[in-house]
Design a protein around this ligand. Sequence first.
Ligand code: HAM
Length: 423
Amino acid sequence: MTHNNKIQNPRGTLDVLPEDQYYWDLVRNSAENIAQQFGHQRIDTPVFEATALFARTVGEGTDIVEKEMYTFDDRGDESLTLRPEGTAPVSRAYIQHGMHSMPQPVRLYYITPIFRYERPQSGRFRQHWQFGIEAIGDESALIDAEVIHLLWSFLISVGLKDIKLFINSIGDSHCRPAYLNELESYYSKYQQEICADCKVRLRKNPLRLLDCKQPSCQTIKSDAPEIIDHLCGECEEHFTSVRKLLEMWGIPYEIDANLVRGLDYYTKTVFEIHPKSSGSQTALGAGGRYDGLIEQIGGANTPGVGFGSGIERIIMNLKQNNVGLENSASEKTSLYIAHIGEEPMETSLNLLGSLRNFGIKVNTSSKSRSLKAQLRSANTMGVTHTLILGPEEIQHGNVKILEMESGEESTIQIDKVATYFSE
Ligand code: HAM
């Protein structure tokens, strides 16, 4: 076999190895705690959905629908798509399970893999995990502010202190059409100058013009009309209320008039949180209001607001800032039983079972090996104590306890070990 035959993980995917699980536990646990603190309940939807669900909501002209979906026909010729985002599936479930008859808003959360055929780069994967929140059925600005507060608190609680919140309002069906006309006529004057992508955006999805990162388009963009100056009375009032609540709760924010998001379903409030130290394309979490989405997929006219937050990106940032490492060693007692000789091995298996029945974390060697080799295993596992069982200990019904950090040794009767460590 040559090296070429080795199969590797698909591009843009990640193996989460045992040594990284600590970070994943930390982030997942914080996510669940914060979500529940804010009154959200967990929902899990299938990994794949009918393709039409995403085409209709995320939008035909978006990068996600045009270039990034993992879409396939199953053996019954049904077009299915691996979930490229979490809001549309949760909205579908809201309609399908009649959640409109529950007290509104229905507050949900999910922790789930997301699939997008993107160009892999730092912090951008083809499979990533999102912690997401949706609050469906309440149009008030309070809910927007709560959802932003939740994302902010979550990122702070995992240990990311240097973060920055950007917010904007992109209006609704009353005020946005007129704004888009103005934007189009402004950009039409620069048809020759703008980049190839912007030429397409101008035709298909003019709001996305504001998201262009090409240096050559920046001057044109900076003079473009801003949506925030074109909001209708209701949208403006809504945005002001969101801002007031954020100020009341001590959440610092910056208004970014070019913040438009890459999904078509947004209305009114949109927001992103980035690490302070880095540029664009690095959102740790992002979302907004989507008041038209549920109706688009066959439900009643129902408002909604939520966010998604990329777990891999959060962990990359935690590692870069050395956050969390100091807690990574388990504080709980954990044991390794080293045995020397045949009889001690028998006794150690006996002890292993009874310690586990007491709920103690313990391991041993499945084979006879030198004490040195067994201590090496104990070290690798990072246990707090090694119990040593040799012929001499067996003879006296004892076991030797080696405290790993200090190297101190003591002796205890075998039948006292379980109570000693469970206290
Ligand atoms: P999104 O901005 O596409 O929004 O993704 C949300 C977050 O997922 C991003 O801020 C980022 O942290 C992470 N993320 C996105 N793409 C990748 C990737 N390729 N690799 C790693 N991380 C990534 C949504 O998906 C909306 N459904 C959010 C939402 C919920 N809006 C309302 N409710």
